[in-house]
Write a protein that binds this ligand. Sequence first.
Ligand code: PYC
Length: 309
Amino acid sequence: MRVIDSHTEGQPTRVIVDGGPDLGSGSLAERRELLARDHDDLRQKTILEPKCSNAMVGALLCQSPNPYCAAGVIFFNNTGYLGMCGHGTIGLAVTLAYLGKLSLGSHLIDTPSGVVRVDLNGPNDATVENVPSYCFRKSVELTVDGLGKVSGSIAWGGNWFFLADSTPCILSRENIPQLTDAASKIKRALVEQSIFGADGGEIDHVEFFGPGQSSDVNSRNFVLCPGLAYDRSPCGTGTSAKIACLAENGQLAPGEDWIQESIMGSRFRGSYRPDEEGRVIPSIAGTSYVFADAKLVHQSDDPFARGFG
Ligand code: PYC
């Protein structure tokens, strides 16, 4: 199985460019179900520790049934499958450019959450125009073990996010263990208190916000992903969810830039446009670098081939 590894603003993506299972020719959402049901060992063998850090997002390159799409992709992580992934789509575009399979310019990419557009601006720079994003609920209150009352918004950016109204501590690298602990407790409380997304989907990403480190940044975030790894990038779908909430509150105009900084200090430049139906279509721009072009091998007696179990 050939994989290409990259990182987008610090967050890694491993694209499986060949050697994946035959998932038929259904929609990407249908194929994601098949992959999860019948071939989860692919996810386990490709990205779980000890092979990768638990932040790694896997991306199975597929052919899209939509003839206008340059590619299809199914994203997965250390615990399951994602609908969309912003940093991963930028990583995929840069990976395809590295392989000589994507030219500079505009392309459509099919994902289980819908078709997105990617503009490859240079060999390492891409802008993703994401799926329609929206704020589902505001001022949602929950009681969280050790934190007391916590309030926030629930928003869709291609995945479900809880955007907390306040942060338990300063958003600094030294506080990552505390931030991870607080966000994990919020994630658990959402399930326990039966608070879900619009479609009953689990709200499996939690975001905290604070001031950026310099005046040209609008905000810094900390994003906890479903498998309890934190996003080293500002999270493309998380920034989209934030932009949808800002648009809903009249705090960001169409076309206005929103510079989102990650807990590691890397940045995405975001903005949005309204579509014909007035929905928020966020764009996220970032940089990605390829760092490995490898063949994965699986030895039959490797006790940790599928991770630590
Ligand atoms: O960039 O959308 C993103 C993302 C989701 C999970 C990790 N990164």
